[in-house]
Design a protein around this ligand. Sequence first.
Ligand code: FES
Length: 106
Amino acid sequence: MPQRVTVAKSDELPEGGSIVVNLFQRDIAIFRAKGALFAIDDMCPHQGASLAGGYVEDGCVSCPWHYWRFRLSDGAWADNPKVRQNTYPVIEADGQIQLELPDLAQ
Ligand code: FES
């Protein structure tokens, strides 16, 4: 059953910013871009860079090491959408940012 987990206060993630949270031994990058929030697995599938340190443009984050680009909306690699990072619904309410996660604790 999915669960909601509070991961940050809203003011910890300003426009254009990113943070990494670790939940159930999984690093998840959260971005605020053009007023929307996105959550995507942080570890780049190429060689493991943190996508949270990447540059966001046109709805994609570019990995800071070799510039693979991933769509924030669905995690797809822009050059080969068959390669896909996990993404997670993000809820913001009452000054809190929450992620909705599948049951990762099992
Ligand atoms: S580690 Fe991300 S593109 Fe190489």
